[in-house]
Design a protein around this ligand. Structure first.
Ligand SMILES: [Zn+2]
Length: 82
């Protein structure tokens, strides 16, 4: 689980992060089905990384919300050394 004492494997962290990003993107697709400006049904663009309102007078671009997050994992020295 650890490359060195007290340092978590980068691969392990990656394995925990990408399912969370996928879940967040799927949820964003679910809640951004309609334009918040005019109410028209939105269309996915750029392989689903943004949405576009097809209404010619609106054409609002909608992007997933980015929330800065800091995650900490505190471990006991006794737990690491086993
Ligand atoms: Zn619109």
């Amino acid at each position: 689980m650890y490359d060195t004492v007290g340092t978590m494997s980068v691969q392990l962290l990656y394995n925990w992060v990408w399912p969370g990003q996928a879940k967040a993107l799927l949820e964003w697709h679910n809640v951004s089905r309609f334009c918040g400006h005019c109410g028209e049904k939105t269309v996915p663009m750029e392989a689903g990384r943004r949405k576009q309102c097809p209404n010619g007078s609106c054409k609002k671009r909608i992007y997933p919300r980015v929330d800065p997050v800091c995650c900490l994992l505190f471990l006991s020295v006794d737990l690491i050394k086993g």
